[in-house]
Design a protein around this ligand. Structure first.
Ligand SMILES: Nc1ncnc2c1ncn2[C@@H]1O[C@H](COP(=O)(O)OP(=O)(O)OP(=O)(O)O)[C@@H](O)[C@H]1O
Ligand SMILES: [Mg+2]
Length: 110
């Protein structure tokens, strides 16, 4: 269970920070039951042009101001990917971003 909580916390944190840093205004929906933790995080920001690229470790478009306060390592989306069982990203340049994140809680070893 501590591992599930750690993984869910990482996913929630990274997704939220991305909305604040790169997105616009957004919503965070959390659904928890015996089998899974599901987070749906959407924003109406500028969107992601190349999702495959954005998922690569080290890729970041963070501004110098954001880097100065410690963000912009390009590790947020890779960390969500690593700590979730399902990650679906929907985004189009100019029309916002939505993440669907699922963490299974009935998995052996969690
Ligand atoms: N909600 C979003 N809206 C628009 N672009 C996004 C969003 N989330 C991520 N991106 C784009 O994907 C890139 C990679 O995101 P990622 O979270 O992996 O790294 P980062 O936020 O730049 O740095 P870090 O998370 O390590 O502080 C971002 O730099 C940005 O270009
Ligand atoms: Mg990030």
């Amino acid at each position: 269970m501590p591992d599930i909580i750690r993984r869910a916390s990482v996913c929630a944190y990274e997704a939220e920070i991305n909305v604040v840093m790169h997105g616009g205004s957004g919503t965070f929906a959390l659904n928890v039951d015996e089998s899974s933790i599901v987070m749906d995080v959407s924003d109406d920001g500028p969107g992601i042009e190349n999702i495959e690229l954005a998922l690569q470790e080290g890729y970041s478009t963070a501004s110098p101001e954001h880097r100065e306060i410690g963000f912009g390592a390009g590790m947020g989306l890779p960390n969500i990917k690593k700590n979730s069982d399902v990650l679906k990203i929907k985004s189009k340049k100019g029309s916002g971003t939505s993440l669907h994140i699922l963490i299974r809680v009935d998995k052996a070893g969690g």
